[in-house]
Design a protein around this ligand. Structure first.
Ligand code: NAD
Ligand code: DAU
Length: 374
């Protein structure tokens, strides 16, 4: 049995991880620490919030005293660190928050973990000796690939290209250093692009779905031939589960979907899927009257090529051979089933995406479009 502290558990992947964990390990205790930034939403945890073995703490990972008290008060033995600023576009227009949370915030968490688990444990015994600090990182730290380069392995040299990926790379290095220097029991996973429920609609896949429903342009950066390796979010949670239970301390593990798509192709595929849903379910036309699909038109005309993202990485691809061979990892969800479930989720959860798109998000998107989009 574990007592887990999940940072960023009200965000997209963190919330999916909490759902996964509480379903698969119903006797474990889960504590979420989340600052509820624009990307965090307490409603993402509605289905678990009343369980006796769940606690939510509203706070910042940079608050070392708070983290120390959570580690002590809840006898935490496992920390899974998702909390971050995660959107590349935002890191281009406003890198400060990325440095603050991703680098300084991670450093603060490491200090708290070292203090409670190594320097000054109030508890004695196995739960402290067998602590784990799992750091959730990204494939973006490896930089960019050409169409013919082999996929990233755990030995690929770090070459981050955006303020976001540079801040994640810095945090990965700090985590590594706390293991080598102080003996903190760390693991790190580097994952490819996730998609699925609760994905904030500033990211490509949910943006395309929700814009189709609102009859808004589908912005394609540059020539749309950039490639991403898409993974259903629950398979990311499964990968982290394997790393926590079977992974070797001090190691990095790549997690990927083996599922490379050019952006323009994925946008076209989603448009077709939504169109088919409107054909199958006639109530959608009533619920989303602005959508072109509501009047039996295709949404091809919404595709709009816009100015490219500065420093845009051309291709990411993950080689997850080590994770497969050592831990038995393979993605369980096919892209076909995963994307169909995701489209359904957005069609069924309009209230969720309407609410997260209000307020500060709308202000930011307007500013963003005036800065580097046509
Ligand atoms: P997200 O932006 O949806 O969620 C981030 C969460 O962290 C939010 O709930 C937010 O409120 C919280 N948070 C932000 N700053 C905080 C702070 N200072 N203190 C406490 N909480 C804070 O992000 P996501 O897409 O769920 O990504 C989660 C993690 O996974 C990140 O570390 C990201 O780098 C990594 N990752 C994401 C992807 C992806 O495709 N989204 C892929 C690989 C790795
Ligand atoms: O690879 C893992 C990373 O995936 C994570 O570390 C990041 O946290 C996560 O945000 C994601 O980064 P990307 O930049 O790849 O995701 P995003 O959804 O922002 O963009 C996917 C691709 O689509 C990228 O090539 C940029 C392009 N794009 C994006 C948007 C929002 C567009 O062409 N138009 C758009 O409007």
């Amino acid at each position: 049995m574990k007592n887990i502290l999940v940072t960023g558990g009200a965000g997209f992947i963190g919330a999916n991880f909490v759902h996964y964990w509480m379903e698969h390990y119903p006797n474990d205790k889960v504590v979420v620490l989340d600052a509820l930034t624009y990307a965090g939403n307490i409603a993402n945890l509605d289905s678990v919030k009343d369980k006796d073995n769940f606690t939510f703490s509203h706070g910042d990972i940079g608050d070392q005293a708070l983290v120390e008290s959570l580690l002590n008060d809840h006898n935490i033995d496992t920390l899974v660190h998702f909390a971050a600023e995660s959107h590349v576009d935002r890191s281009i227009t406003g890198p400060d928050a990325f440095i603050e949370t991703n680098i300084i915030g991670t450093y603060s968490l490491l200090k708290a973990a070292k203090k409670i688990w190594i320097d000054n444990p109030k508890r004695t015994g196995e739960e402290v000796k067998n602590h784990r600090f799992h750091h959730v990182s990204t494939d973006e730290v490896y930089g960019t690939l050409s169409a013919t380069d082999p996929a990233f392995t755990e030995n690929t040299a770090y070459a981050p290209n955006s303020p976001y990926s540079a801040s994640k790379a810095a945090s990965d290095h700090l985590v590594r250093a706390y293991h080598h220097t102080y003996g903190l029991q760390v693991t790190t996973s580097n994952c490819s692009n996730n998609y699925g429920p609760y994905h904030f609609p500033e990211k490509l896949i949910p943006l395309v779905i929700t814009n189709i429903l609102h009859d808004k342009a589908l912005p394609i950066y540059g020539d749309g031939q950039q490639i991403r390796d898409w993974l259903y979010v629950e398979d990311h949670a499964y990968g982290i589960d394997l790393v926590l239970n079977k992974g070797r301390v001090g190691e990095n593990y790549n997690i990927g979907g083996n599922n490379e798509w050019a952006n323009i192709d994925i946008v076209k595929a989603i448009s077709l899927l939504v169109e088919k849903e409107f054909q199958k379910d006639l109530s959608l036309a009533r619920r989303f009257p602005k959508a072109l699909n509501a009047i039996a038109q295709t949404t091809k005309s919404l595709i709009t090529y816009v100015q490219d993202r500065p420093g845009h990485d051309r291709r990411y691809a993950i080689d997850a051979t080590k994770t497969k061979n050592e831990l038995g990892y393979f993605p369980k969800e096919s892209f076909q089933t995963g994307i169909a479930k995701s489209v359904q989720w957005y069609l069924n959860n309009e209230a969720w995406w309407q609410s997260v798109m209000d307020g500060s998000y709308q202000d930011w998107i307007k500013e963003q479009y005036s800065q580097f989009h046509n």
